[in-house]
Write a new protein. Structure first.
Length: 268
């Protein structure tokens, strides 16, 4: 390490450049492909529809404030339009909680895509699991809320092995994994470095042909394109053709992950 540092010093790199160089090695890119909200200027404002019960509202407030520390975007909490079924609304993200049942997932995020642009999003928290003592604590609730909203901005996971990266975009149970970190903000700057000629941040910008049939039911999510080694994270894709897709990021409960691991062992 010292030899490398001396070499970097000799070629004239500043201390800040050295820090950025090693940070880029330590943290891989965790963008959700090239998907982003179309907008004509930065910073842009993304509406988060509040469809939450009282006990969840403070977690959304903290999450919104944290993501708004980004230099390229602000989030603002507005009255929810999702209704009892938490239906996605174009140009914004609806945030919801309810007892979705013991269906395996504790939280999920969905984004509707037209080409490379996000047109609407959902972030859902499953109270069936959050009412269990294992999950019913402030750190776990803030971690999942922050992560699901982060997915709707265009971010993936920093890691899926349970190690703490000091961000809500990891899969650690550490108290430090409840809010975004500097790397998350840097990733957002990269995602939103270019401007678009139009915007998808409007309820008038509904994309055509995307059937509103993707729900909290796994049978509507399409094909699973990725699942983490520990079984806690999955990515599903439903392709409607003509560049119209829905992606679903799933945060599986630990019980579901253990059950999957057991089934995989038995099948070998």
């Amino acid at each position: 390490m010292m030899q490398h540092m001396n070499t970097l010093s000799r070629i004239g790199l500043s201390a800040a450049a050295i820090i950025l160089l090693f940070a880029s090695v330590a943290f891989a890119s965790h963008t959700w492909s090239t998907y982003h909200w179309a907008r004509t200027s930065n910073p842009f404002t993304l509406k988060l529809g509040d469809n939450l019960s009282t006990n969840w509202k403070s977690y959304l407030a903290t999450t919104s404030s944290a993501w708004s520390q980004s230099t390229v975007l602000d989030t603002t909490i507005v009255p929810g339009l999702g209704g009892s079924n938490c239906r996605a609304q174009t140009g914004r993200v609806e945030v919801c909680n309810r007892k979705y049942g013991f269906n395996g997932w504790i939280g999920l995020a969905q984004i509707w895509i037209s080409g490379s642009h996000i047109t609407k999003g959902l972030a859902k928290m499953n109270d069936t699991y959050f009412n269990l003592s294992q999950y019913n604590n402030p750190n776990e609730k803030l971690h999942v809320m922050c992560q699901e909203v982060g997915h709707t901005l265009g971010l993936g996971h920093t890691s899926e092995d349970g190690s703490s990266q000091g961000t809500c975009m990891d899969y650690s149970n550490s108290p430090s994994s409840t809010l975004p970190n500097a790397h998350d903000y840097a990733q957002l700057e990269g995602i939103y470095a270019h401007l678009d000629s139009s915007t998808t941040l409007s309820q008038m910008s509904a994309s055509k042909g995307q059937a509103d049939i993707v729900s909290d039911d796994p049978r509507t999510w399409g094909r699973e394109t990725h699942r983490s080694a520990d079984g806690r994270a999955s990515l599903y894709e439903r392709d409607f053709g003509n560049g119209e897709k829905v992606f679903t990021h799933v945060f599986w409960a630990e019980e579901e992950a253990r059950s999957l691991s057991s089934r995989l062992r038995e099948s070998r």
